[in-house]
Design a protein around this ligand. Structure first.
Ligand code: UTP
Length: 291
């Protein structure tokens, strides 16, 4: 029997340079997608998947995230006084979403280093990693789909999406074979970071959801800075692959890269169209643009 996944690590210590100037003062993870900070989508996905403890890796200037998931005494009392009960409920609900711990990454030394910062809180159990700028729209939460695979198979699971053509060069890509018994499952034998299109070993691009066994923490401690001088999570996972089985999982759903300006625009349009209160009005507005 594999252990149940109870903890999810959210690396949010990066600088968000792709979104400058918006991210000069505001953490990228706090940028609003329609009306919710992008990190809240990930936190809700984790909770809906059954995660009990969320660990957010923060950095300098990232305090807004802690305030967001806490009570806001001034806001709540003002809303109460004004009789704005629905808004008060929204504000209070955010504060009671989850048990959240924060670890500060003193320097943005890379995604691998950010995950390693959670070592003491994660302890000796398998855990999830959610990159908050990957926002996922799925009927069954992406992490829940992966947790089901982990429970059945017992090895680390990496979420993937199929990427056709030269766009694959922007991703980490898995090498290996699709499992004969399940077209979404990929038996991984290797991984390559941002390969040339002609050299990509498959169309399975790694996206920002992982379930990892605790052994990866020990391997991260031994990982030297790699591409861009950063401690790369993929380097440690590649080392893990030498010791343990790792699966790719082509999740059912759609992923948006909300850490990128164009990805954020796509997500904004599609999430807005789905909103009951103004989706239809927004559809009519877009139609009226006669593009
Ligand atoms: P990204 O490369 O997407 O984030 O890292 P970034 O470095 O903030 O963004 P750009 O490229 O400059 O625009 C993926 C995730 O890893 C976190 C980021 O916050 C992001 O959620 N990260 C990255 C850390 O927590 N610490 C780091 O040292 C680097």
């Amino acid at each position: 029997m594999s252990q149940r996944i109870k903890k999810a690590v959210f690396p949010a210590g990066g600088l968000g340079t792709r979104f400058l100037p918006a991210t000069k003062v505001i953490p990228k993870e706090m940028l609003a997608l329609v009306d919710k900070p992008i990190i809240q989508y990930g936190v809700e996905e984790a909770i809906h998947s059954g995660i009990e403890h969320i660990i957010i890796i923060t950095g300098r200037g990232k305090g807004a995230m802690e305030d967001h998931f806490d009570h806001s005494f001034e806001l709540d009392t003002t809303l109460e006084r004004r009789g704005k009960h629905e808004l008060l409920a929204v504000s209070k609900q955010v504060a009671s979403l989850a048990r959240i711990s924060y670890v500060r990454q003193k320097e943005p030394l890379g995604l691998g280093h950010a995950v390693l910062c959670a070592k003491d809180l994660v302890g000796n159990e398998p855990f999830a990693v959610i990159l908050p700028d990957d926002v996922i729209d799925a009927e069954v939460p992406c992490l829940k789909q992966m947790m089901d695979v982990f429970e059945e198979k017992g090895g680390s699971v990496i979420a993937t999406q199929t990427v056709e053509g030269p766009a694959i060069s922007a991703y980490g890509v898995l090498a290996g074979e699709t499992d004969p018994s399940n077209p979404r499952l990929f038996n991984t034998t290797g991984m390559v970071e941002k390969p040339k299109y002609e050299e990509a070993p498959s169309k399975q691009a790694i996206i920002g959801r992982y379930i990892l066994t605790p052994r990866v923490m020990g391997l991260l401690e031994e990982t030297k800075p790699g591409a861009g001088g950063e401690i790369q999570l993929t380097d440690a996972i590649r080392a893990l692959l030498k010791e343990e089985k790792i699966y790719g999982y082509n999740f059912a759903g759609r992923r948006y890269d909300a850490g990128d300006k164009f990805g954020m625009l796509e997500a904004t349009v599609e999430f807005a169209l789905k909103r009951e209160e103004f989706g239809e009005r927004f559809r009519q507005y877009l139609k009226g643009l006669r593009l």
